[in-house]
Design a protein around this ligand. Structure first.
Ligand code: AMP
Ligand code: MG
Length: 408
């Protein structure tokens, strides 16, 4: 059976980053920039005061005489009306342009002001003090943000500072979720006999949101080919289609058959993984505006779906959005207690994360929780991630190193 690593390589091998699109400034948050951004002017555009105080000529203050004649006042947003005269000081506020011939600013707090005069107490007024010279941050035409960076709030501010309110980014992936199962009712409904509430949809939608994708929840699909086909066809309009349930070997597990009827080419079905063995992955027919939809059929058991999302869907979304850095990101952990693992496939077991108790302890610890298996979402809701136990029956001693996959 396919390993998790080989399955991930197949998923990533089939995933192409989305074509760049133009985005409004705030919508570009957490998106990958798709163009080099250049400065439209020097920054700052003029020699600029960095404190409230007095613009001076430093040579005037080289000797013992600390008194200067008080000239004009320059507020932020104003421009000086004339160059600074000999032995003159101009009152200046933070952000205002320095007058020509001045070369330093003395802080307000280091002066005394008398009628028409300023006495500079600061003994050491050197050229360049308390000012930012024109073009010190960047020159006009210089690249201020290169293509490929992830846009943060500070990055958006840089865009605003160079006048870019519209920018080319790799767009957020658009993802559709189809929950399948005759037993499902919406969460606001009272389940009848044999029914349960659809809890997977909101979980997967939330995980998609956390991964920076736009998720759209389609109506629940019954285990009946015609309606299932209609809903899955709608899902094939998206960059990624996520289906839960109906991918195993039950009599009413119709998803693989219906997907193949819709022209979705299977890449793999079933991997050596617990929970999540029946995962199905394939590629939809090419769309007019781009490559075929990435289609994931996740098992209906909630923890299987969640693990499948973390291991395969999240890395695919990451790559579609051209986010930097590898995915998924495991860490090493020391096992907090002895744990007996049985099973022929690697197991992702919900665990708490314990930070290293002392600075000399290099690793945090993974504390496996008492877990009732792939339907037990309650335990997973209390976990920080999953401890990974390799295939085979074996006792893992407390302190042994295991891999840990964080939930977020
Ligand atoms: P399936 O993969 O369709 O065989 O479903 C496996 C198990 O997961 C069954 O016990 C289902 O009732 C349950 N299940 C399927 N879909 C959902 C869902 N959307 N929310 C919660 N449980 C589900
Ligand atoms: Mg089902």
């Amino acid at each position: 059976m396919l390993t998790v690593e080989d399955a991930l390589a197949l998923v990533l091998g089939k995933t192409r980053k989305l074509l760049p699109a133009s985005s409004a400034l705030l919508d570009a948050l957490n998106c990958t920039l798709a163009e080099d951004i250049t400065a439209d002017a020097d920054q700052p555009p003029f020699d600029k005061a960095m404190v409230d105080g007095y613009a001076v000529r430093s040579t005037d203050l080289a000797g013992a005489d600390r008194r200067l004649r008080l000239g004009e006042t320059i507020l932020a947003g104003q421009v000086p009306t004339r160059p600074l005269g000999l032995r003159e000081a101009a009152a200046i506020m933070t952000g205002a342009p320095l007058p020509p011939e001045s070369d330093a600013v003395v802080m307000q707090e280091r002066t005394q002001q008398t009628e028409g005069e300023v006495v500079v107490v600061d003994p050491d007024v050197r050229p360049g003090r308390n000012l930012l010279s024109k073009g010190r941050i960047c020159r006009s035409g210089e690249v201020v943000l290169p293509a490929g960076v992830l846009l943060t709030p500070a990055g958006l501010a840089v865009l605003a500072s160079v006048g870019r309110t519209c920018v080319s980014v790799v767009p957020r992936p658009r993802l559709a979720i189809v929950s399948t199962g005759d037993e499902l009712v919406e969460p606001d409904q009272m389940p009848g006999p044999g029914q349960i509430r659809n809890s997977n949809a909101v979980m997967l939608e939330a995980m998609a949101m956390e991964s920076g994708a736009f998720a759209r929840n389609l109506p629940i699909a019954p285990d009946e080919p015609a309606e299932l086909q209609r809903l899955l066809r709608l899902g094939l309009e998206f960059d990624l289609l996520l289906i839960t349930g109906g991918v195993s070997v039950g009599q009413r597990d119709l998803v693989p058959m219906v997907l193949e009827q819709l022209g979705v080419r299977r890449v793999f079905h079933k991997i050596a993984l617990k929970p999540g063995k029946p995962i199905w992955f394939g590629i939809g027919p090419e769309r007019g505006d781009g490559p075929g939809t990435l289609v994931f059929g996740l098992p209906g058991n909630p923890v299987s779906g969640l693990v499948g999302f973390l291991l395969f869907v999240k890395p695919a979304l990451h790559l579609l959005a051209a986010r930097p850095g590898p995915m998924p990101q495991y860490r090493d952990a020391s096992l907090a207690r002895t744990f007996i693992h049985r099973g022929a496939v690697p197991t992702y077991h919900p665990a708490r994360w314990v930070e290293p108790a002392a600075p000399q302890q290099r690793l945090g610890a993974a504390d496996p929780l008492d877990w009732a298996g792939s339907a037990d979402l309650l335990t997973v809701a209390q976990a920080d991630g999953f401890a990974v136990f390799p295939a085979g029956d074996r006792v893992f001693e407390a302190g042994e190193i295991v891999r840990f996959l964080p939930l977020r």
